[in-house]
Design a protein around this ligand. Structure first.
Ligand code: C2E
Ligand code: CA
Ligand code: CA
Length: 849
């Protein structure tokens, strides 16, 4: 119980050495010593014996005589000193403090030598984090209303009020309404400073400010902590409205503790009486119950010798009363449980007084039965254990039936796999686990393609055999902890738990496709069966077992629609984002080898002359089902996996190859611009790979421009990029910062980089012509800045003649955009801008776009 800490001996509470002085020391000097050491009392000793004590409270008794401070301490100290042996329990000390209204006592050793002072503070501090201090609020402790005086009250008068009212602290109100506190400690300090010598001394001068306060809803515990932390003994208590309604001192906390202690003791006594009454009544009842119950009852002595049994015991074990009584309970031992089992059983009885569980015992006729047994120790009035009572019932039958029923109820008879009931139960369990672990769970619905055909043409027994084989394969294919179930017919479900990485699910599904598709030998024939798999994910797709199953089922039908022998993730229109990514990633793996990537080209034109100046290569993915996929939809996925490295290499090679072809055709396209991803160019093999590609395609380095997005170039923490750019520039390759304006470039840093082109992000140009969002001042500023840095500027996303006109006006170098040319396969790319002169006319747009 929480009060046990009160039983600590006071000798162990002494917080520091004894503060002592001789009897001739002046009061002022003694006060100074106390103030300096922040002690609340000083012991006056003579020849190492305590002769008196002077406390903060005694300081109040000084009265107002001016000469007081210069008197020897012996004239003001209290006598005799309260002394308690060091081994006095703290609880007793607390009681004494409360009874006699003292706040200190001397802890002495057996020879009466002082060891140190124990204070009320020490007692409170010794409590540790008592629960009830936490539970009780300041309001519960009913702290007394504070006594307030104005700051200009003479010090001596305030002192007198404290003494009269036996207050250990008063609140001092300043002229401006601010509050301070004058405690006994402040009184000591004031005396030390000579407050008593000056008639005009005002109490406000000696008060501590501000008065620290806590809301009355705070716990006593927190108040205690607060006091200890701030080395204070009083704290103001504020009402809901913020009004000062009480002044709580350590003494109040201690009083509250005492009060609680007594109350709990009374409760405990009352409970014991009630229990006694109840047990007397139950004794009478017990006899009747024991005789008539269907449970076997056996009472033994401490050695296990049977003293009493009931009729049910005879019925259950076959032993009559005269055969059992007097013999040891071990006559029932079946030998099925080892010594360790019994050791645990007895351990539990010793520790808790009882044991409960299932145990195999032997009847008189030798048969073994399972019983549910409760053993309790029986104690006498003094709490000594005198007997053991064993109460048991035969549960063999019940257990067997239960097991058989539960197996039938939860398993598929043909394959031995879990059935729908068990499966649903397992999903529910796994969802609970997943919610805790934050991991994912996948539910797979697996349906065999055209299985009905096998049943119809070869007979049900062949079909059954095939199902059994497939069941075993599925079971073997997944982890022990995953669940495989057969819902009926040719429908199987799988529960995959503990998923860290969704990609694992895709791989498992692929593996299941292969496993099931392996040839099956059944009834002298070889069968080929393929499955279609639908997958739903928790928490992505649904939150309940039922919904997950439904969604996996729906996804399975989609797999069937998609040509069977494949798997599909459940694709709800809104929530399937993650799944789509996984699917895309799986497919992207094959895209390069399957030659599904291609490049479109989009030219840049000189704004002044309208001449073709550069051309940017933009990757596309010709997806077998989705059609032409734009890079925004797969480059980020490729960047997350390492796929960006081979894809980036392919783009670079293809762009250089095309550029070389153009050169050979005599087409001066300027430079071919290729976009780079961070992960791609920070990859170790990047530089050698680039060199190889240039060498193999025969494209001069001066014809290549590499584009990095701003955020990437500006990652100054990444020294790697800076070094790489320098190396690229040294090889004669031109560098551009892409999407400029979207990051946080520092111009100073930009100047350090060997960059020769800025591509202004198209969002800035889009604002032009939209009066609501500005006047193109950002583009204007970027262009001006680029000029001052000596780099050229390209405006991206020119869509309207008006924007183009604007670029001309502000002197932007180059432009790229749908107005001038859309990205297109090389064969369809315009090589000139014939309508340039009219580019500002609205009809020009229709000509070029
Ligand atoms: P980006 O480098 O800023 O490429 C310009 C994008 O703006 C292209 O989109 C282009 O079609 C589009 N665009 C051009 N003119 C206009 C216009 O007038 N209006 C509008 N609204 N858009 C215009 P795309 O081809 O979809 O490429 C998107 C982004 O994908 C590119 O932005 C680039 O960051 C990235 N990307 C493209 N190809 C590659 C590549 O091979 N490797 C890497 N790492 N990233 C690439
Ligand atoms: Ca670009
Ligand atoms: Ca861009």
């Amino acid at each position: 119980m929480q009060h046990h800490t009160l039983d600590v001996e006071i000798g162990r509470l002494l917080s520091g050495p004894l503060l002592a002085c001789g009897p001739d020391v002046t009061i002022r000097e003694a006060a100074r010593l106390m103030a300096e050491h922040r002690y609340s009392a000083i012991v006056v000793t003579e020849a190492a014996r305590p002769v008196g004590i002077w406390t903060e409270r005694d300081a109040l008794a000084l009265g107002t005589e001016a000469a007081a401070a210069t008197r020897p301490i012996a004239t003001a100290m209290s006598q005799p000193v309260r002394a308690l042996p060091a081994h006095t329990p703290a609880r007793e000390a607390a009681a004494l403090f409360a009874r006699e209204g003292i706040r200190h006592c001397l802890a002495v050793d057996d020879a009466g030598r002082p060891l140190g002072l124990v204070t009320q503070t020490d007692l409170v501090m010794s409590q540790g984090p008592e629960c009830f201090l936490r539970l009780r609020t300041l309001a519960c402790a009913k702290p007394p209303r504070p006594h307030c005086v104005d700051a200009d009250t003479p010090f001596a008068a305030a002192l007198a009020q404290m003494r009269e009212r036996r207050l250990s602290a008063i609140v001092v109100r300043d002229a401006d309404g601010g509050l301070g506190i004058l405690t006994e400690r402040d009184v000591v300090r004031a005396v030390a400073q000579g407050a008593l010598d000056r008639v005009s001394a005002e109490v406000g001068r000696y008060a501590s400010r501000p008065l620290r306060s806590l809301a009355h809803s705070r716990s006593l515990y927190s108040a205690r902590q607060y006091l200890i932390e701030h080395r204070m003994r009083h704290v103001g208590v504020l009402s809901e409205t913020g009004e000062l309604t009480g002044l709580l001192g350590f003494a109040d906390i201690l009083r509250d503790l005492e009060h609680e202690y007594v109350r709990e003791l009374q409760d405990a006594l009352r409970e014991r009486d009630d229990a006694l009454l109840a047990s007397r009544a139950s004794l009478r009842l017990a006899d009747q119950v024991v005789e008539s119950t269907l449970d076997g009852v056996m009472i033994t002595d401490l050695c296990g010798n049977i003293e009493r049994i009931n009729p049910a015991f005879t019925r259950l074990t076959g032993y009559a009363e005269h055969e059992a009584v007097g013999r040891n309970a071990s006559l029932l031992n079946s030998g099925r449980q080892g010594a360790a089992f019994y050791a645990m059983l007895w351990q539990s009885i010793e520790a808790t007084g009882h044991w409960k569980g299932e145990i195999w015992n032997r009847r008189k006729d030798g048969t073994i039965f399972l019983e549910f047994l409760t053993i309790s120790s029986i104690r006498d009035a003094h709490g000594r254990c005198t007997h053991y009572a064993a109460i048991f019932s035969d549960i063999t039958q019940r257990r067997e039936t239960e097991e058989r029923l539960s197996y039938l109820a939860t398993h598929d008879a043909l394959t031995g796999l879990a059935n729908r009931t068990l499966f649903t139960e397992r999903i529910a369990l796994s969802l609970a686990r997943a919610r805790r672990s934050g991991k994912r769970v996948a539910v797979m619905f697996l349906d065999l393609d055209r299985f009905k055909l096998i049943n119809d043409t070869m007979g049900h027994s062949v079909g059954d055999e095939a199902l059994t084989v497939i069941a075993r394969r599925l079971r073997d294919a997944v982890r022990e902890t995953d669940t495989v179930a057969r819902l009926g017919g040719d429908e199987f479900t799988l529960l995959i738990e503990d998923i860290d990485d969704i990609r694992h699910v895709g791989r498992t599904a692929e593996m299941l496709l292969a496993t099931v598709a392996a040839p099956i030998r059944a009834a002298e024939q070889t069968l080929f069966v393929t499955p279609s798999i639908g997958i739903s994910m928790f928490p992505d797709d649904a939150q309940s077992a039922k919904q997950l199953l439904m969604q996996a089922d729906r996804a399975m039908y989609e797999a069937k629609d998609a040509g069977k022998n494949n798997f599909q993730f459940f694709a709800a229109p809104m929530t399937s984002c993650a799944m789509e990514r996984i699917q895309l990633e799986t497919q992207l793996h094959r895209a390069i080898a399957a030659n599904e990537l291609l490049l479109h080209y989009q030219p840049e034109f000189d704004v002044k002359t309208g001449r073709f100046s550069n051309v940017e290569a933009l990757v596309r993915w010709q997806h077998p089902q989705r059609g032409l996929v734009p890079p925004d939809q797969f480059i980020p996925i490729a960047e997350e996996s390492a796929l960006i490295v081979p894809i980036g290499a392919w783009v670079l090679r293809e762009a250089c190859r095309q550029a070389r072809v153009w050169l050979d055709e005599g087409f001066d396209f300027g430079r071919i611009c290729v976009n780079l991803s961070a992960r791609q160019c920070l990859h170790d093999g990047f530089l050698p790979q680039l060199a190889t590609i240039l060498a193999e395609t025969g494209l001069p380095a001066s014809r290549l421009q590499l584009e990095l997005v701003e955020s990437m170039a500006m990652t100054s923490t990444n020294g790697g990029i800076e070094a790489l750019l320098l190396e690229l520039a040294a090889r004669g390759i031109s560098l551009a910062i892409d999407d400029f304006g979207t990051g946080y470039s520092s111009f100073r840093y930009l100047q350090k980089l060997p960059v020769d082109t800025l591509k202004v992000d198209r969002s800035f140009l889009a604002q032009i012509g939209d009066p609501a969002s500005g006047d193109g001042s950002i583009v204007r500023a970027i262009v001006a800045m680029a000029k001052s840095l000596g780099v050229s500027v390209v405006a991206e996303g020119v869509e309207t003649p008006r924007q183009f006109q604007f670029l001309r006006e502000i002197g932007c170098d180059r432009a790229q955009g749908f107005l001038l040319a859309r990205p297109a396969p090389s064969a369809k790319m315009p090589r000139t801008l014939p309508v340039f002169e009219n580019a500002c006319d609205s009809h020009a747009m229709t000509n070029v776009s």
